[in-house]
Design a protein around this ligand. Structure first.
Ligand code: DCP
Ligand code: MG
Ligand code: MG
Length: 606
């Protein structure tokens, strides 16, 4: 279907000599919170429904939208335009988060990088899958849903056929989300994230739109405000507006040199590129969040006991989230927003401190607080609060927040080997595993805004959290796909994504490692001694293996639990390393500069 009412001419500046190798899908759930509530209570389907957080309707179903109920409308205004609006409280995000995690997990089954953005959006880079499908007969394929504009040129790089295939994959994904989870979605398909995201809502709800690269800049020129571009935030928008650059077309037309007068050279180029629909930010596989937090905002609280009540409530909810996450927190942050009554302004302040992991216990992958642990946490929270507030003077708070900001480096932690084994991440080498699982905002900040007057989780990272995986079997499975003989001989070519372990297996390694850590810790007395022992271990590596099969630094319990294939690979690797690959100096540096190497994983640590 063609959108003839749009400005669909191919962009005059379009350069056919550029390749458009990627195929990116962006999926957004329709009226997300409202759909989750309608699934819980199907009677709501036939009524106009608003999801209320404090005095705001954060979203509404499409029935309510017909009456003019918009996102983030005041409840009073929403009821004026739609007196029959049924309101459901949406301050508890638990069910939304669970649905969000299910979608994320479902999308992982296509074995492509998936980047979760906020609660209801995901980018999927289907480039490789499209390439695979291209090898099969792909004649006469049609584009499901809408095509932004019919092709005006035949792009020599072959992106049109690739995007057609990608749009079929998007359709399959949307169908699966509907069949398995009962949720309708919209999708945008393009050769980059920017266009995929921006084209996605063109036909709402329950539909999809594909755009070819040659229409990128003409589509962008239809956007009324530069603010619509995801990585252009409030400050940049204000700066642009102050120079009379309001619409995306204004940004396209203003010469680069002029923008360079207001912004750094890099920023100016980036802004120009974005305005033309150009964006080369990668889809980054999402992993576990760096922190898990909750905030509560209110008009004003000026009494300590009330603050304590707020923190108690937040802590209780936060402990549920941590329980589901499955990692033991080791750092706690308290945030306050203080109101300066004289200046009528507010500002945030935070304090954080380490907390003992002994406050928590772990059982079947679920973390719970020990008896008395909650009280201890509350006293830590109030101590941090006392540091932030001078109680001898009056205070006025408009927000309190709590977040666990660091987690014990267990098997299931961010940056641990689990993430590499669980996700299909391409890494350069098992000797040099770098964390590709960055959950922080990418260079392109696509993060969604959250209303300030509601209880929300720490959207920056908490919402990218996939649900904890339930343990299944104890046996190891290490599946190798497409590894050539050369790959096996050279472990540095091994893709960690080839090794798929289920969570129980990972738990097992974790336990083994922790147990053996405990054992190796017993004789240690002081940090100084720890350090010297670590040096000794590294010396063993440098001197090559001292036992028959593996070097002495290797935790044998862990090694024995590995699948044979992996054992053999490691042995081959150690054999090679004793010849040439592992000189003394590089192994000594290994712990410092490559914190996530597989080898390091075998070294008993404190
Ligand atoms: N949300 C929120 N505060 C906002 C915007 C959104 O709490 N300011 C929540 C409610 C939404 C969910 O995030 O259901 C997803 O946001 P979307 O912008 O994708 O909005 P919806 O999914 O509700 O509607 P649409 O059909 O337009 O995507
Ligand atoms: Mg949505
Ligand atoms: Mg959204």
């Amino acid at each position: 279907m063609d959108d003839r009412n749009m400005d669909t001419s191919s962009s005059p500046s379009f350069d056919v000599s550029h390749d458009h190798p990627k195929s990116i899908i962006h999926i957004d759930i329709d009226c997300f919170y409202a759909q989750v509530e309608m699934l819980k209570n199907p009677e709501l389907r036939s009524q106009p429904l608003g999801i209320q957080q404090k005095n705001i309707v954060v979203t509404s179903n499409y029935e309510a939208r017909k009456f003019g109920v918009t996102k983030c409308m005041l409840v009073t205004d929403a009821l004026k335009v739609c007196p029959n609006l049924k309101l459901v409280n949406g301050e508890d995000l638990h069910d939304y988060r669970a649905a969000s995690n299910k979608i994320f997990l479902l999308l992982q089954s296509w074995k492509c990088p998936v980047e979760k953005l906020g609660m209801d959006e995901n980018f999927i880079d289907v480039t490789n899958l499209v390439q695979e499908k291209l090898k099969t007969n792909m004649d006469n394929i049609t584009i499901p849903g809408h095509l932004y504009s019919e092709p005006s040129i035949d792009c020599p790089c072959g992106c049109h056929i690739r995007l057609k295939i990608a749009s079929q994959i998007a359709n399959e994904m949307r169908k699966r989300i509907y069949d398995d989870l009962g949720l309708t979605t919209c999708a945008g398909i393009s050769h980059n994230k920017l266009l995929a995201k921006l084209i996605c809502p063109l036909h709402k709800p329950n539909d999809q739109t594909t755009i070819y690269p040659e229409h990128g800049s003409s589509f962008m020129s239809t956007l009324p405000s530069v603010r619509t571009i995801p990585s252009i935030g409030t400050k940049t928008t204000e700066a642009l507006i102050s120079h009379k650059i309001i619409s995306v077309r204004d940004l396209q037309e203003v010469p680069l040199d002029v923008i360079k007068e207001y912004f750094s050279s890099d920023m100016a180029v980036r802004l120009k590129n974005l305005s033309m629909g150009e964006d080369n930010t990668p889809v980054r596989q999402s992993g576990r969040p760096q922190s898990i937090g909750l905030e509560d905002s209110f008009k004003t609280v000026s009494v300590k006991s009330e603050v304590e009540e707020k923190f108690t409530a937040l802590l209780q909810r936060l402990l549920i989230l941590v329980g589901e996450d499955g990692r033991i927190p080791v750092s706690l942050r308290v945030t306050l927003r203080k109101k300066d009554v004289k200046r009528l302004s507010s500002h945030r302040e935070s304090r954080q401190c380490q907390i003992s992991s002994s406050l928590f216990t772990i059982n079947s992958g679920s973390v719970s607080v020990t008896e008395g642990g909650q009280q201890k946490l509350m006293s830590i929270i109030m101590r941090l609060f006392n540091k932030l507030i001078d109680l001898t003077k009056p205070f006025h708070l408009t927000l309190v927040g709590l977040a666990f900001t660091k987690f014990q480096e267990r098997m299931t932690g961010r940056g641990s080997i689990v993430n590499y084994l669980m996700n299909d991440l391409s890494v350069q080498s098992v000797l040099n595993i770098t964390n590709d699982c960055d959950t922080s905002a990418s260079s392109m900040d696509y993060s969604a805004a959250s209303p300030s007057s509601s209880t929300t989780t720490d959207l920056s990272d908490a919402e990218v959290e996939p649900s904890p995986k339930k343990p299944k079997k104890v046996t190891w499975i290490a599946k190798r796909r497409c590894l050539s003989r050369e790959d096996v001989a050279s472990p540095s070519k091994l893709k960690v994504g080839e090794l798929r372990l289920n969570s129980r297996e990972l738990e097992k390694v974790s336990e083994l490692r922790l147990n053996s850590r405990d054992k190796s810790l017993t004789p240690r007395a002081s940090p100084a001694r720890d350090m010297s022992e670590t040096s000794d271990n590294l010396r063993d590596i440098a001197e090559g293996g001292v036992c028959d099969d593996c070097p002495s630094y290797v935790d044998k319990d862990v090694f024995n639990a590995l699948p044979e294939e992996m054992k053999n690979e490691l042995k081959a690797m150690w054999k090679n390393s004793s010849n040439s690959e592992m000189p003394r100096a590089s192994t000594r540096n290994m712990n410092k500069s490559k914190p996530n190497t597989l080898l390091k994983y075998f070294v008993p640590q404190k």
